[in-house]
Design a protein around this ligand. Structure first.
Ligand code: SF4
Ligand code: SF4
Length: 420
């Protein structure tokens, strides 16, 4: 269980976000800190896979990683060690995971797993404390798989999944939970059911089946969204579209700007995980510096002002043209949105590539609450429940229904007071 200050930090985050403060006083509750900005595959929707050189080909230095974890690790509930590159191409990834894990952070990694890994590396990875490993495998045949995962080795991915399962069994460990991630296009939708039936046998513990983002022109030839509406994220009724429209028409602030730090291997700080080019980053962190200073620099404050009551001009009812424009931003892993930003006058937030994910901190806080509730329920003695209750209250007891109304009234009062 994390120290009480991590839970009090959640309360500060909620207050800063509700009051739409330009300068934040809380630390992030989640972070993206990936080891590498390069990859061995050539997926056609990915700027790294296409070798567009929108970010430099660099790896993180372990000392740099540790320095950042030393500063914010006590407050983090989730750490995502992936974004634009392949994390298992860094030889010290297991050790960096173990370092962060010592701060009691839930750690997630996404990999193509099409890499020759030694037995020693797999064992260090399994022992590191990694919680969840997403494995990109978009088919059950080599032919289907390699349509999108170019340069990927289908048999190698299967073999690695099997070896990870065997290593876990040999060591008697339940983690990492291996999650087979199947991105659905038209060309592979016929293999979904086979994958579902095979996933345990092949070494995965769970499956995520999700609609794929389409590659941008001129890389889109041969790719089409799934004909199954559930897996077509461009379909007007898809939850991604509905959530994007709901959030853009609301007056909520973006949760990334208040609760999630995105620190790239070379120190550049992005406002969220969907900034494909370094040109649109907001700042830079240097070892021994203060991440919070970067987080409150001019660009971050300008971005937060976009959501401030006086500045936000989001239409309450979006026109069909606006809906279509929002839908197209998510093409090519957000490259379409990024390429349409005027760097001189705009921030990427003006063309947000992931509007459906602006409430990113909400589910993280909900999970923290659920974990506290579950841990408290497991304790028989009232005395042993106390530490959990204390943390629950420090966060503002967000699910305590009896307090929901008075708490909302206090927030409204504070919001009005701050605007005066
Ligand atoms: S999508 Fe992932 S696996 Fe594919 S090229 Fe990009 S980083 Fe590599
Ligand atoms: S680009 Fe969108 S999700 Fe990213 S920080 Fe800006 S508003 Fe938030």
């Amino acid at each position: 269980m994390k120290k009480p200050k991590a839970y009090f930090n959640v309360l500060k985050l909620r207050l800063n976000m509700t009051l739409k403060r330009e300068v934040v006083t809380n630390y992030p509750v989640a972070a993206f800190m990936e080891p590498n900005l390069f990859c061995n595959l050539h997926c056609p929707a990915c700027p790294t896979g296409l070798n567009l050189r929108l970010r430099p080909t660099v790896s993180v230095e372990e000392e740099f990683f540790r320095s950042a974890i030393d500063e914010i690790g006590d407050y983090l509930f989730q750490l995502y060690m992936y974004n634009w590159g392949e994390p298992l191409l860094h030889k010290r990834t297991p050790e960096m995971i173990a370092y962060a894990k010592a701060k009691d952070i839930r750690i997630n990694l996404s990999t193509n797993l099409s890499i020759k890994l030694t037995d020693d590396y797999i064992e260090r990875l399994v022992r590191s404390g990694l919680d969840t490993m997403l494995v990109s495998l978009d088919g059950v045949t080599a032919e289907t798989y390699s349509r999108y995962r170019r340069n990927g080795n289908f048999e190698l991915v299967r073999e690695n999944m099997r070896r990870i399962r065997e290593t876990k069994d040999r060591l008697g460990l339940k983690t990492p939970k291996v999650v087979w991630q199947f991105l659905v296009f038209r060309h592979n939708e016929h293999e979904i059911e086979q994958a579902r039936a095979l996933h345990r046998e092949w070494g995965a513990d769970e499956m995520i089946i999700a609609g794929a983002e389409m590659p941008m022109e001129p890389h889109s030839e041969g790719f089409e969204p799934s004909t199954i509406p559930e897996y077509n994220i461009y379909h007007p009724d898809h939850p991604t579209q509905r959530e994007a429209q709901r959030l853009l028409a609301s007056d909520r602030a973006c949760g990334w700007l208040y609760g999630v730090m995105v620190l790239n291997p070379n120190g550049k700080v992005s406002p969220c995980c969907a900034v494909p080019t370094e040109k649109l980053d907001f700042g830079e962190y240097q070892k021994g510096g203060k991440l919070l200073d970067v987080w409150n620099n001019d660009k971050f404050r300008r971005a937060r002002r976009l959501f401030a009551p006086a500045g936000k001009r989001a239409p309450k009812r979006l026109t069909d043209a606006e809906k279509q424009e929002i839908s197209q931003r998510i093409t090519g892993m957000s490259m379409k949105a990024a390429l349409s930003v005027n760097e001189e006058t705009q921030l990427i937030c003006h063309k947000c590539p992931i509007p459906s994910m602006q409430n990113y901190t909400g589910p993280i806080i909900t999970e923290v609450i659920n974990q506290l509730n579950a841990s408290s329920a497991r304790e028989k003695s009232q005395l042993k429940k106390l530490p959990y209750l204390l943390r629950y209250w420090l966060m503002g007891a967000p699910e305590w229904n009896g307090l929901a109304r008075p708490r909302a009234a206090v927030f409204r009062y504070l919001s009005r007071a701050a605007r005066r």
